[in-house]
Design a protein around this ligand. Structure first.
Ligand SMILES: [Zn+2]
Ligand SMILES: [Zn+2]
Length: 73
């Protein structure tokens, strides 16, 4: 049991708290992608939370496409 927060595992606000290690990190918010969280992977092997790319523009950027504006010639 932790001496500071007197709980095990530590309370997330305890200075001894160690966030669970994520095997993959979101390339958008830089947070870990933990069990039970939805994510997508792009062609370059990058990962992102589904919540983080659930906005058309960010999704397109994440997938490596450029956002172009069609202009009359
Ligand atoms: Zn603690
Ligand atoms: Zn994210």
């Amino acid at each position: 049991m932790c001496e500071i927060c007197r709980s095990y595992p530590c309370h997330p606000r305890c200075p001894n708290y160690i966030p669970p290690k994520a095997s993959h990190y979101c390339s958008i918010c830089k947070e870990g992608i933990y069990d039970g969280e939805e994510y997508i992977e792009n062609d370059y092997g990058k990962y992102a939370h589904w919540d983080c790319v659930n906005y058309g523009r960010d999704l397109i950027k994440f997938l490596g496409y450029e956002i172009n504006t069609m202009e009359d010639e």
